[in-house]
Design a protein around this ligand. Structure first.
Ligand code: IPM
Ligand code: MG
Length: 365
């Protein structure tokens, strides 16, 4: 039997609850398709700080490097907000992205029809939304140096972060963007702030040059402020949005709201191929750890379940299993089942674990 090693990092807040539901789905799919998923669970983020004093141990990083794919819940919470940046829960996530060189972050925002009325935006605006944000994940402001806060001789403090991109960094993420577009509606919008920021002027130049290798993809450029506006004005104009790290962080949260809830958005963070030919990859919901609803069994597990579905597609070449999951999610929504974040009058409110069970059941139908 074919087998894969999956490292599961539930993390903090609602992380353990939502990954538990995604594992139910993976177990079901594994049995149906005769694929063995060998699951290892480990601590990360605040949970790791509590036990080991650091958000990511060498041991867990090593497990991550050795696994075929990683499923991550969420990290962070108010308990650790006072800590120094170097040991905060979020560091674990950033370190995993950097150490595994997961430079390409795919965040599909697709509106499931039954959720048309769940968005805060008008139905005629969000109907049919189906886009992907391709976010550069290991460069830009998040990692650029110099960075930090220094105290100047006169007692004043000075905070610095640096937005930096090299040509190869832009080229490789641009290629991912174009390839994703080729498999979709072949339209790529590269988002920058080339009217003000030199780094992104380079971004625009390099993306344009790489675009010549993909004549079948229609490339356009948009300033990030305009993109933020266009996303809520006329979101259907977008197919693939290609952008740098920080802009992608912000725009993907905005795109999430087009789908009704951030609880719906999955993501895949992909790197380069390892020696065995498999691409390094981590899958996680776009949302955070939601400490306010931790332990209440009311979180929406769909973003994590869809992240597991992306794992099947991108890491294990199991596209039809991935489609099965997407259809099961759609069917459950059609039946009117809703976690509180997507609940509206006339639908049936369910818990996190009930939603997971319902999706497994729909898979079996
Ligand atoms: C995300 C999150 C992370 C980010 C945080 C938790 C570090 O917001 O994945 O979008 O900023 O990248
Ligand atoms: Mg974010």
């Amino acid at each position: 039997m074919k087998g894969y090693r999956i490292l599961v990092l539930p993390g903090d807040g609602i992380g353990p609850e939502i990954t538990r539901e995604a594992l139910k789905v993976l177990r079901f799919v594994g049995e149906r398709y005769g694929v063995g998923f060998h699951i290892t669970e480990a601590l990360v983020g605040g949970a790791s700080i509590e036990r080991h004093g650091v958000p990511l141990t060498e041991e867990v990083l090593d497990l991550a490097l050795k696994s075929d794919a990683i499923l991550l819940g969420a990290v962070g919470g108010p308990r650790w907000e006072g800590l120094d940046y170097s040991v905060r829960p979020e560091r674990a996530l950033l370190a995993l992205r950097k150490e595994l060189d997961l430079f390409a972050n795919l965040r599909p925002a697709k509106l499931y029809k039954p959720l048309l009325s769940a968005s805060t935006l008008k139905e005629e605006v969000v109907e049919g939304v189906d886009l992907v944000v391709v976010r550069e994940l290991t460069g830009g402001l998040y990692f650029g140096t110099p960075k930090g806060v220094e105290r100047l001789p006169d007692g004043m403090e000075r905070g610095v972060n640096t937005m930096v991109y090299t040509t190869p960094e832009i080229e490789r993420i641009a290629r991912v963007g174009f390839r994703v577009a080729q498999k979709r509606r072949k339209r790529l919008t590269s988002v920058d702030k080339a009217n003000v920021l030199e780094t992104t002027e380079l971004w625009r130049k390099v993306v344009t040059r790489v675009g010549e290798e993909y004549p079948d993809v229609e490339l356009s450029h948009m300033y990030v402020d305009n993109c933020a506006m266009q996303l809520i004005r006329e979101p259907r104009q977008f197919d693939v949005i290609l952008t740098e790290n920080t802009f992608g962080d912000i725009l993907s949260d905005e795109a999430a709201m087009l789908t009704g809830s951030i609880g719906m958005l999955p993501s895949a963070s992909l790197g380069s191929a390892k020696e065995d030919g498999m691409v390094r990859a981590m899958y996680e919901p776009v949302h955070g750890s939601a400490p306010d609803i931790e332990g209440k069994n009311i979180a929406n597990p769909i973003a994590t379940i869809l992240s597991a579905s992306m794992m099947l597609r991108y890491s294990f070449d199991m596209a039809s299993a991935s489609e099965d999951i997407e259809r099961a999610v759609e069917r459950v929504l059609e039946k009117g089942l809703r976690t509180p974040d997507i609940y509206s009058e006339g639908t049936t409110k369910v818990t996190c674990s009930e939603m997971g069970d319902a999706i497994v059941e729909a898979l079996g139908e």
